[in-house]
Design a protein around this ligand. Structure first.
Ligand code: ADP
Length: 630
């Protein structure tokens, strides 16, 4: 093919500039990225060879080599993996999905500078890290199953060229000409340290070779050097196969970072093995924070699957239930056939058993964390609680365990604190039968809601369901320790003892007779908005509130349906008046326009108090102003 020069797309040029110029520390990670790419390329070759033996007709001895030439100031990372043809060089190294660039820029803005280099790998731009230390990069590659070798070359500023090339065997070499101030990477000990630090678990030998002999090297020294260079720099033992006691915390941590492309330490590391019916080894991690899935919802999820040391894939979502999609890790089983396909795995019994064991292990880890390390669990919950909750709907077998893991803000607990259902039940008021909850769009509005008044007066706590999914999950919650969940903003909730309720009823009946004309007038004026006006048993300090009928839609559900673009039916709710509130007594004496305005204000106030929008804000504003003038 003819040699072709192209410019980087604008967003790549911008990103390269960011990568190279705003990242000043830890340039060393470029080596980790190139070694990871080389190892991925060998994984891919082995995997494809499972179905096409001709790809490995050269009978390769899988390996990765780092060759340095100190006089030319070059470092080259080579592999004998799958390789790339001209089109792949162009597509893989000349473009990035622009979503990746956008996400990268967003992450750059939100991260401290010191963390920046660690971001690179997460956005499919690992290869470009080479430009942190290089003034020129050349990639020469020969694809297994393809014809001929090709090269890609760039000095960054001048775009890149793709053209024909030569290469002895199949695979890829990435040659870097180091910048004048980056020659430390020519040093064998420096390179060896980096391989140990970042890539020790890589499954293929990584060797160092010096291309140019040191000046004045004696025959004897050369022999010793070559002997030395024949030894791999990495131990290559799959971490999940080593006994936990023999693995250092940092090794787990580096492996996690390699696997997840996260740059923070994992919150929990979970090595375990399945025995009995299905034998497998697994190494799982809980991330400490929600990661790039926030920026990139299309991120693949799942565990990496190995079968007898062969890497099969890293997006086998069938190994994990969807609601545990934040878990990262590796599963290695010898009970699966090597030529597994997605379709086969979909309903494979071995996979089903692994999935169930993995799920159980993760739940028990979370239970332990919650018991022994409340702060750690809280951290987990803040990042992944909303995802875990989905399990209530989808994993009936484990629903009871998931319920124990839930945390909610509550009306009686201080701001910022969350309570579990177990803690709630333990602290229930004498005589309280149900678990009370209130749905609201925000914790702050929920806390001041009039719906809470009677509950609080009776020393009953109320869970505040402020995550949009909470209300949908009420049905799935069913019961907890034999107790029903009861909405304090619904028609049928009652507080206090039998006698208290009787006394309240008598007082209300007396009030009702007196207030009947007022209630009728309100009912008539608001007939398009409310289905009924009645006296309340739940208010203490507020004059009025709106409640849903026992079986009807709540405002939160209505909001959610609207948000999902479903035409939500307009729900008329019940307006409850506080018969002993001075405002209500005052309204008894009003008539004409004064009464009309007061009713509109009262209704608007009830909406505002629960965090709902008022139907006619302009009129509400005017009424409020004229009231203030009086
Ligand atoms: P990532 O590895 O995160 O996808 P990179 O920028 O590091 O992003 O690499 C881009 C793509 O280039 C890879 O996905 C892969 O397809 C290809 N690639 C990179 N290095 C090699 C290699 N040594 N052998 C084969 N393909 C490679």
């Amino acid at each position: 093919m003819e040699k072709k020069t192209s410019q980087f797309k604008a967003e790549i040029a911008e990103m390269l500039d960011l990568v190279v110029n705003s990242l000043y520390s830890k340039k060393e990670i470029f080596l980790r990225e190139l070694i990871s790419n080389a190892s991925d390329a060998i994984d891919k070759a082995k995997f494809r060879a499972l179905t096409d033996k001709t790809l490995i007709a050269d009978n390769p001895d899988w390996k990765i080599e780092i060759a340095v030439d100190t006089s030319a100031k070059t470092l080259m990372v080579s592999d004998n993996g799958i390789g790339m043809d001209a089109e792949e060089l162009e597509n893989n190294l000349g473009t990035i999905a622009s979503s990746g660039t956008k996400a990268f820029r967003k992450a750059l803005q939100s991260e401290k500078n010191a963390d920046l280099p660690e971001l690179i790998g997460q956005f499919g731009v690992g290869f470009y890290a080479a430009f942190m230390v290089a003034d020129k990069v050349r990639v020469v590659s020969k694809k297994r199953g393809g014809s001929g070798a090709f090269q890609w070359e760039s000095d960054m500023q001048g775009g890149y060229t793709v053209g024909d090339s030569d290469r002895d065997g199949y695979g890829t070499s990435v040659m870097i000409r180091l910048k004048d101030d980056q020659t430390e990477f020519l040093d064998r000990w420096r390179v060896a340290d980096l391989v140990k630090k970042y890539s020790d678990f890589i499954a293929y030998p990584v060797r160092f070779r010096r291309v140019d002999a040191p000046a004045g090297e004696k025959e004897e020294d050369r022999r010793r050097r070559e002997e030395d260079e024949a030894k791999p720099l990495n131990t290559m033992v799959a971490l999940w196969k080593r006994p936990k006691k023999d693995v250092k915390k940092e090794e787990y941590s580096e492996f996690y970072k390699h696997l997840s492309r996260d740059w923070k330490e994992p919150l929990e590391t979970i090595p375990f093995s399945g025995e009995g019916a299905v034998e497998f080894k697994a190494l799982l991690f809980l991330p400490s924070e929600a990661g790039m899935e926030i920026y990139m919802p299309q991120t693949k999820h799942g565990l990496s699957l190995y079968v007898r040391n062969v890497f099969i894939g890293d997006d086998f979502e069938m190994l994990l239930p969807e609601y545990l999609r934040f878990v990262k890790g590796v599963v290695d089983s010898s009970d699966l056939p090597l030529n597994v396909s997605r379709e086969m795995l979909q309903d494979d019994v071995v996979i089903a058993k692994i999935k169930s064991a993995v799920t159980g292990k993760i739940l028990s880890t979370l239970e332990d964390l919650k018991k022994k390390n409340a702060d750690g669990y809280r951290k987990f919950w803040d990042s992944f609680g909303a995802v875990l909750k989905e399990g209530l709907r989808t994993d009936h077998a484990n629903a009871d365990r998931i319920k124990q893991l839930l945390l909610y803000p509550s009306a009686r607990s201080e701001a910022g604190r969350l309570v579990s259902l177990g803690e709630y039940v333990k602290a229930m008021a004498p005589g309280q039968a149900d678990i009370y909850y209130l749905c609201a769009p925000k914790v702050e509005t929920a806390r001041t809601s009039p719906h809470l008044e009677q509950a609080l007066r009776h020393k009953c706590d109320v869970l505040l369901f402020c995550d949009p999914v909470d209300e949908w999950l009420v049905d799935s919650l069913g019961e907890f320790e034999g107790k029903k969940f009861s909405d304090v903003a619904r028609g049928d909730v009652q507080f206090g003892t039998e006698t208290e309720r009787e006394a309240e009823k008598t007082a209300n009946e007396k009030n009702a007779a007196e207030l009947k004309p007022l209630m009728d007038a309100i009912g008539k004026q608001l007939e398009d908005d409310v289905s009924e006006v009645r006296l309340s048993t739940r208010l203490a300090d507020s004059p009025a509130c709106l409640v849903a009928a026992a079986g009807g839609f709540s405002p939160a559900m209505e909001r959610m349906l609207r948000a999902m673009n479903k035409s939500a039916p307009k729900v008329k709710r019940i307006l409850e008046l506080n018969g002993s509130h001075p405002l209500v007594a005052k309204m008894k004496g009003l008539e004409g326009d004064a009464l009309k305005d007061a009713v509109d204000l009262l209704y608007a106030q009830a909406l505002v108090a629960e965090g709902s929008p008022v139907p006619d804000p302009a009129r509400f504003g005017r009424l409020l102003v004229s009231l203030m003038m009086k």
